[in-house]
Write a protein that binds this ligand. Structure first.
Ligand SMILES: Cc1ncc(COP(=O)(O)O)c(C=O)c1O
Length: 407
């Protein structure tokens, strides 16, 4: 008979041997301490660390307004949603948040999902399935959730090299004028730390009548005068047909959404399995998300502080020979280029310097480009930045990590 346990143990041993078995750290994040956190080690040791890999880029998960909104909605409406959106989960907080997100992105309508992942799956799945003979042009580095959505949609897909407008143009040119076309991309590529050339993408897409689908997951809250993302920053919100985002990163809560023209959003609401067949987010989560979005629409102090820390980090790396990727975004990837080596670096950072960064391995990034993905937040201090760079420099020389490993 088939030995299921042996089989899974073999698979897991394989991951361990390749250096990419995922070791989770048990974190406690006391309110008011971020980016400091407590790691609960398996032997009972509790270690205070500085977190350098959080997507709570602005510290909004601990913002008093967000916590207050969460608590009062929980006091008023309890813990759960009571069902799927169809059954009993369409609460007033949900409708209010969807109206807010539509206004935020200058669109007719928005639809909230349980995560950014399911939003991408749901929206791209419906576009691919419901548009007759559709074809999606997808950036080679698009996120797993977008790939999953395109697979669910099942339509033809052409991959263009990352941020390569000429290649995109050639692919679009080769298709009949009246075929439904979708260009799917991200604004901020979080593993590369770069920002897509959105203006050029929009121009080419319009030329060939393609709909633009933009994942702004790592940009909402952070870019643009109201934090509506790179499209807002570039004055392109009206040109991007569908904007997809999350409440789980810069907004510090959880949940995802899409915003766009009313009939498109209504079609996604009507046909997406990942929207229909799951319990809705509860009112307290929605209220917290709304409080965070509203705060960041008018407050830019968090964005400015974060940008200052990001600039300090990049400036400090520039004075070293460390191979960080010089993108325009707030994320600073540092390529190590080997799964075992990146693990050794992160283990040493934790053990000897109290610095917590998770290694990024295949399949999140290609083999041979394993890296640290460093995120300076609005809550880091100049001293935190200086400590990180000093620790990495020390490690770089002692571990003889070659700068030539950089991609
Ligand atoms: C580009 C991109 N899109 C979508 C998601 C999924 O968002 P969420 O974490 O809200 O599910 C992520 C998450 O890491 C992402 O990086």
């Amino acid at each position: 008979m088939f030995n299921f346990i042996d089989h899974f143990n073999t698979l897991l041993r394989g991951l361990e041997e390749e250096g990419r078995y995922r070791h989770f750290k048990t974190l406690e994040r006391p309110v008011g301490s971020f980016p400091k956190a407590l790691i609960h080690h398996k032997d009972g040791w509790q270690q205070t660390v500085t977190v350098w890999c959080s997507n709570d880029y602005l510290g909004m998960g601990h913002h008093p307004k967000v916590i207050k909104a969460l608590k009062s909605a929980a006091d008023a409406h309890g813990a759960g949603a009571g069902g799927t959106r169809n059954i009993a989960g369409t609460t007033k907080e949900m409708v209010d948040l969807e109206n807010l997100m539509a206004v935020h992105h200058g669109k007719e309508a928005a639809l909230v999902f349980t995560s950014g992942y399911t939003a991408n799956e749901g929206a791209l799945g419906v576009l691919g399935k419901m548009l007759p003979d559709a074809i999606i042009f997808s950036d080679a580095l698009n996120h797993a959730s977008m790939i999953s959505g395109m697979r669910i949609g099942g339509c033809e897909r052409k991959i263009f090299p990352h941020n390569d407008i000429d290649a995109l143009k050639k692919l679009l040119q080769a298709q009949p004028a009246n075929r439904p076309k979708i260009v799917a991309l991200e604004s901020v590529y979080s593993m590369e730390g770069d920002i897509s050339p959105l203006r050029e993408v929009v121009k080419v897409a319009k030329e060939y009548g393609a709909l633009v689908y933009l994942d702004e997951v790592h940009a909402v809250g952070l870019y643009g005068p109201h934090g509506a993302g790179v499209a807002e920053q570039e004055g392109l919100m009206a040109d991007v047909d569908i904007i997809e985002g999350t409440f789980g990163k810069a907004y510090g809560v959880v949940g995802g959404y899409v915003a766009g023209a009313a009939p498109v959003i209504d079609a996604i609401r009507s046909f997406s399995s990942s929207f229909i067949f799951t319990t809705a987010l509860p009112p307290h989560v929605l209220a917290a998300a709304a409080a965070s979005v509203m705060h960041l629409r008018t407050s830019s102090v968090e964005r400015e502080t974060q940008r200052r820390m990001v600039n300090r980090l990049k400036a400090a790396f520039s004075k070293t020979d460390m191979p960080f990727l010089k993108g325009d975004s707030h994320i600073v990837p540092l390529v190590v280029g080997d799964a075992h080596c990146v693990r050794a670096v992160t283990d040493t950072l934790l053990e000897h310097y109290g610095i917590y960064v998770q290694p990024i391995n295949y399949p999140t990034v290609p083999k041979g480009t394993e890296r640290l993905r460093l995120t300076a937040t609005a809550r880091h201090t100049e001293q935190d930045v200086d400590n990180l760079v000093a620790a990495l420099q020390e490690l770089w020389s002692t571990h003889a990590i070659s700068a030539t490993r950089a991609a």
